[in-house]
Design a protein around this ligand. Structure first.
Ligand SMILES: CC(C)(COP(=O)(O)OP(=O)(O)OC[C@H]1O[C@@H](n2cnc3c(N)ncnc32)[C@H](O)[C@@H]1OP(=O)(O)O)[C@@H](O)C(=O)NCCC(=O)NCCS
Length: 160
């Protein structure tokens, strides 16, 4: 496994990994939870949202960075991080490892790469966001394994 910087031809692979990784979250968890109307309002175009957003995550001059993890010359995961929104602060924004490659420390290597790059950019505090749902249980265990402190939050939505 090796971590390398993002290159422009990687985009379609990163979109595919993201959609494959988060499909169970949207289809099996969020949609039944919210019902059709709220789901359509909030996440009705979630795949297109990723197709639009992921190409914007590589803009180093604006503090947006990507790195990928390769196994046998094929991208198996990636991390996106952002710096500069607040002084000394960085955020791990998006992280995904393909199902067949999990629990092999790719995620950890990606985040260690991101935090090392952030430290070099003068960052002293790092945030990472995830969900408090069943799908994100591995992500919470992962975040806690890296030493992040959980901040409990709650968000609500209703139709009028
Ligand atoms: C979260 C995610 C990126 C972790 O990637 P990964 O490469 O499997 O994680 P690692 O192998 O580096 O795990 C490092 C440590 O995190 C913890 N951990 C990771 N997955 C875990 C799981 N399913 N259950 C319990 N602990 C877990 C463990 O402490 C693990 O160390 P260990 O294997 O030596 O016990 C991966 O599960 C994923 O892509 N999930 C779907 C997308 C997602 O939730 N992204 C992040 C939040 S938005």
């Amino acid at each position: 496994m090796r971590i390398r910087p993002f290159a422009a031809p990687d985009i379609s692979r990163l979109v595919d990994i993201t959609i494959e990784s988060f499909r169970p979250f949207f289809d099996d968890y969020v949609h039944p939870l919210l019902g059709d109307e709220l789901f359509q309002y909030q996440h009705g175009h979630w795949k297109d949202d990723y197709r639009r957003d992921i190409p914007t995550l590589h803009a180093p001059a604006a503090g947006r960075h990507l790195a990928v993890a390769e196994v046998d010359d094929s991208i198996s995961g990636f991390v996106s991080w952002k710096v500069g929104a607040r002084p000394d602060y960085g955020q791990i924004y998006l992280l995904a490892v393909l199902g067949g490659h999990r629990r092999r420390h790719l995620g950890r290597a990606l985040c260690e790469h991101a935090t090392s790059e952030m430290r070099a950019d003068g960052v002293s505090v790092v945030g990472i966001g995830t969900g408090d749902d069943v799908f994100h249980a591995p992500a919470r265990a992962f975040d806690e394994s890296l030493g992040f402190t959980k901040i409990p939050t709650a968000a609500y939505l209703r139709t009028l």
